[in-house]
Design a protein around this ligand. Structure first.
Ligand SMILES: Nc1nc2c(c(=O)[nH]1)N[C@H]1C(S)=C(S)[C@@H](COP(=O)(O)O)O[C@H]1N2
Ligand SMILES: [Mo]
Length: 402
């Protein structure tokens, strides 16, 4: 076993178990501690809600998203296949190639760190299917409630700096990724997912290739040792376990780019409608959205007790303009204080103090409006076959009891 696999195993096991594995160097190659099977989310918080363990999909309860930045162990996991079981960081390479690449080249992690300007940005990742569980008729797929979202501080390099080094031909259309995870079938020829973004998105200042999350190595489940991070588009574009970047002369045609994946009807349809593939359009941006992260839904307060509401709001537009709260089922709305973000695509914190009139059951609803004037709907937005882009207002229950 080589040194980096050893230290990776040891470090991962330490975070997973809170304990070092004393004889880990004796483990034959290809053999993993059985706890890895028993603990599919490997080192992540047991407070994550596991929706599926093969592949692993786990979401973060809203009240655990109250930190300014989502801690690594609480960041949601959305896997389409199986994470690579053996990772040798020293040998890890990222290859850039494709029809519209002027050259092709491979980089080690160290090359990326040394040859390009290192940048750190706070960026929100949200799965396109977040909120799917509310659609009716139900949409197949992971039944995410509200927790397939998080915002972390990512350190890496700008994708555009790497693309400039390679050279992008005039006919370039898309920038796509491949990762080293395995297809569920075990077939090494198949990729679980390989998506991409239009060149203009790849060239944005906030589009990163990151090796660090909140100042630490990426957790295995979030793409260790290298991933893409794009703000404002479905997180499915942010390739994990990144091994290849393809500069394409066409819209990328990798796994989960075609058919109904990450697509919505080009024109709105009635709930339950079957839509032909050719009438489905790629999701190009994520809508304005917010979450109430404190108190936890079901909270109890006393009559006349002043309490604080806190939350997060995000958008693919420049920034969040305002977040309003209602406690009378949307008849009247009050404003909140919204903090500015350090950079575009970071979620913004909001807060307000509230007193509820008398003993009874209330709901607090949050509604964000972004700098383009886009505002969250109170009820479910357009039904679509795969249940994407639900940005309806978040609701929490609050009981006033004496
Ligand atoms: N290689 C690879 N990259 C991937 C995925 C995957 O399964 N394999 N899942 C994508 C999807 S659908 C989402 S929503 C995000 C989730 O990122 P996270 O697991 O770090 O939260 O990663 C994206 N990148
Ligand atoms: Mo996703």
């Amino acid at each position: 076993m080589n040194q980096s696999r050893r230290s990776f195993l040891n470090k991962t096991m330490k975070t997973a178990l809170g304990l070092p594995v004393i004889y880990y160097t004796n483990l034959p190659k290809g053999l993993y501690p059985i706890i890895w099977d028993e603990d599919p989310i490997q080192g992540k918080s047991s407070e994550l809600v596991i929706l599926n363990s093969r592949p692993v999909n786990a979401e973060t309860p809203a009240h655990l998203l109250n930190d300014a930045l989502t801690p690594n162990d609480l960041f949601f996991i959305r896997n389409n296949g199986l994470p690579p079981s053996e990772i040798n960081v020293a040998d890890w390479t990222l290859t850039v190639e494709g029809e519209s690449a002027k050259t092709s080249k491979s980089f080690t992690l160290q090359d990326l760190k040394d040859e390009f300007k290192n940048v750190t940005l706070n960026l929100t990742l949200e799965c396109g299917g977040n909120g799917r569980s509310e659609f009716n008729p139900p949409a197949k797929g992971n039944q995410w409630t509200t927790g397939a979202v998080g915002c972390a501080s990512w350190t890496g390099i700008r994708l555009k700096d790497l693309l400039a080094e390679i050279g992008v031909k005039d006919d370039a259309v898309y920038v796509a990724y491949e990762g080293r995870d395995l297809h569920l079938s075990g077939d090494p020829q198949k990729l679980p997912i390989s998506r991409g973004v239009p060149v203009s998105k790849a060239m944005e200042d906030e589009s990163l290739i990151a090796w660090s999350m909140n100042g630490e190595d990426l957790p295995l489940m979030n793409g260790y040792p290298l991933r893409l991070v794009f703000g404002g588009v479905p997180a499915s574009c942010s390739g994990k376990w990144l091994s290849k970047i393809l500069i394409r002369d066409r819209v990328h045609d990798g796994a989960k780019m075609e058919g109904q994946s990450y697509r919505i009807p080009c024109d709105p349809v009635a709930p339950g409608t079957k839509v032909a593939d050719e009438d489905m359009c790629i999701i190009e941006s994520m809508p304005v959205k917010s979450l109430i992260t404190s108190p936890k839904t079901g909270a109890m307060v006393k009559p006349d007790q002043k309490f604080k509401i806190e939350g997060k709001a995000w958008t693919s537009a420049e920034s969040i303009d305002k977040v309003e709260l209602s406690y009378d089922f949307g008849v009247s709305w009050m404003t909140t204080r919204v903090k500015k973000a350090g950079n575009r695509y970071a979620w913004q914190q909001f807060e307000a103090e509230l007193t509820l009139p008398k003993v009874g059951y209330y709901e607090i609803w949050a509604r964000a409006t972004d700098s383009e004037g886009a505002r969250q709907p109170i009820i479910l937005p357009g039904w679509n076959p795969k249940g994407y882009l639900n940005n309806a207002c978040h609701r929490i229950a609050v009981k006033v009891v004496s």
